[in-house]
Every structure is written in structure tokens, then in C-alpha cells.
Design a protein around this ligand. Sequence first.
Ligand SMILES: [Zn+2]
Length: 81
Amino acid sequence: MQSVIRLGTKAANIRIHTPVLHMSKKDIVLKGMELNVPFELSWSCYKDSDAACGVCPSCVLRLKAFAQAGLRDPIPYREQS
Ligand SMILES: [Zn+2]
């Protein structure tokens, strides 16, 4: 994406920063808690619904990350495996 931006825009000073790219999901959750990230406003589920499905690969990874961090995910789930 950095190359696309460099080639496709006139602005030369746009840089993509990916500070969590090499962090585990658990460490991202812990860093988010440290920074007071409003996780209740975040969404990872592949499905469009009032509650996260709890079973799609993204939900499973998210729930696992919160569990490994010893924390409860604040968003509602329809089910959890
Ligand atoms: Zn889901």
C-alpha cells in the first residue's frame, strides 16, 4: 500500500504506520487496555448483526485474544464456542 500511495498520489509525505502488525492479538488487547481503547465500540465479526456471531474465524480469534489477556470482551455475542 505504501508503494501504491507513493505511485498514485502527488502528496509525497504520506506514510503508513502499522504499530500492531507484529504483535499477537493478546498483546494488542493488552496495549488497547493500557491506552483505554473503547473496545465496546470495535467490531471484528464477519457478519452484520446486532451481536457478534461468536463463531466466525474473526470472532474466535478475538475471543481467544481477550481470554489469553485474562479479560472479558465487552461486545455482545450471540454464542461463544
Ligand atoms: Zn463473528
